[in-house]
Design a protein around this ligand. Structure first.
Ligand SMILES: Cc1cc2nc3c(=O)[nH]c(=O)nc-3n(C[C@H](O)[C@H](O)[C@H](O)COP(=O)(O)OP(=O)(O)OC[C@H]3O[C@@H](n4cnc5c(N)ncnc54)[C@H](O)[C@@H]3O)c2cc1C
Length: 398
């Protein structure tokens, strides 16, 4: 399937960054090791957990099945999505508006922390637009009706954001109609992960290419070794339920897909833009390339899968969305996909699964900021028994 898609298939556009070939990496875990804590998953969330544990004075071993940010953390749209997957205007969320507002504030603080830590080469303070539909005339009556519905939802969300003091303004311009949040930023996901992984405090050891095959209280088993640790944090978004099948009732792995193109008209997208209620998302990077993903809602059944390679159907959809967003035909250079975990009620997970073992994940497509927050909550739960905040799901029962 991947081969049919040609050159660049399943290689993220972010991997053109010079940091990727320059990455020297970490060897696999071989043999038995001991540490105060072990973190499984070296994406943005796992790296945040490792940093937190090390700051608490614990020795930490971090493990990943592949490279640092091999999965969604290095293959995503680069939106620093405030509030995660839960909207403020939702009327059927199990989480109170007060708690969703608190999560929004925490995610904005996380964005600031990343910006301070990694600087403007990684975190770009562009603002973000949320727009109804895709640019250009609706292709049929169904699309026109959907745009009307999305506009109503965007107005409700804009009001909800304003009501909790978020800077937000209505937008009606060349890119479409919706709202603009000037304080939202974009990032380069690979630079973020490598930036965090290379500046971890002393006392941390990372092992790449070390797939974990078993987790129980006090012991992590990998293909070629094991880690004995009193605290174990599982920080995996997509495919979490493969390692921890007991979480299958509350999280489901889905695939998300993207493309990158040759440079389009300079300045076409001055900021990150979400289209169609967030089902498409796009940014133009400093080199002028368009990085755009989406289409999942049109292929829901096929995208409910553990497979993580791009498919012709979804890629064709994204190609046509890309041309509408660019306002011109686009030349695709990269096509890729990755797995993420969706939860039944859009709450991210922070769930104890054994004595001293806590799992986090299930960010429903928006984990760049919520992931580190859930990971630190997992650390606090594992070490101090601190109950996770109510905007996270902390048990299978409720
Ligand atoms: C195409 C796409 C676009 C997206 N766009 C955005 C966006 O713009 N904004 C946003 O906020 N979110 C976005 N997301 C979601 C976001 O990328 C994820 O929620 C986030 O990166 C999750 O990070 P993580 O560190 O929790 O998990 P992951 O990135 O899933 O990292 C987990 C790590 O665990 C490793 N692992 C898995 N199983 C094992 C095992 N058995 N043993 C050892 N290691 C294992 C994996 O190799 C991986 O490196 C997008 C996702 C995709 C796929």
């Amino acid at each position: 399937m991947t081969q049919q898609l040609g050159a660049g298939a399943n290689r993220p556009g972010w991997d053109d960054d010079p940091a990727v070939p320059a990455w020297t990496g970490h060897g696999p875990l071989i043999g038995a090791a001991t540490a105060d804590a072990c973190v499984i998953g070296l994406g943005g969330s796992g790296l945040a957990a490792i940093e937190d544990l090390a700051h608490r004075g614990l020795s930490v071993i971090g493990l990943d099945a592949g490279r640092v940010a091999a999965a969604a953390a290095g293959r995503n749209g680069g939106f620093l999505s405030p509030g995660g997957a839960m909207s403020l205007s939702s009327t059927d969320s199990p989480v109170s508006l007060e708690l969703r507002s608190e999560l929004y504030r925490q995610t904005m603080a996380e964005q600031q922390r990343l910006a301070d830590r990694l600087g403007p080469d990684v975190v770009r303070p562009t603002g973000a637009l949320e727009l109804a539909g895709l640019p250009g005339d609706p292709v049929d009556a169904a699309e026109a009706d959907a745009i009307t519905e999305q506009l109503a939802s965007l107005r409700a969300e804009q009001e909800a954001l304003a009501s909790i003091g978020v800077k937000v303004e209505a937008y009606d311009g060349v890119l479409g109609q919706g709202f603009f949040t000037p304080d939202t930023a974009l990032m380069n996901p690979v630079r973020r992960a490598f930036g965090l992984a290379t500046t971890l405090p002393a006392g941390t050891t990372l092992h790449e290419h070390s797939p974990v095959t078993g987790v129980r209280a006090g012991l992590v088993t990998t293909a070629q070794g094991s880690v004995c640790a009193g605290v174990i944090i599982v920080a995996i978004d997509g495919k979490l339920e493969l390692l921890l099948p007991q979480l299958a009732p509350v999280v489901q792995t889905m695939r998300l897909q993207m493309i990158a193109t040759r440079p389009i008209a300079p300045g076409r997208l001055p900021c990150g833009v979400g289209y169609r209620a967030g089902y498409e998302w796009a940014q133009q990077d400093p080199a002028g390339r368009l990085l755009i993903g989406g289409g999942r809602d049109h292929f829901l059944e096929a995208e409910t899968t553990f497979a993580d390679d791009p498919t012709p159907q979804v890629q064709q959809w994204i190609d046509s969305a890309g041309a509408r967003v660019a306002g011109e035909p686009v030349t695709v250079t990269h096509r890729w996909a990755a797995s993420v975990g969706y939860t039944t009620d859009l709450r991210a997970l922070c769930i104890p699964v054994d004595e001293g073992v806590v799992a986090c994940g299930g960010y429903s497509g928006s984990g760049n900021l919520v992931g580190p927050i859930a990971a630190r909550a997992a650390v606090a739960l594992a070490i101090d028994n601190t109950p996770p905040p109510g905007y996270l799901r902390s048990s299978l029962q409720s």
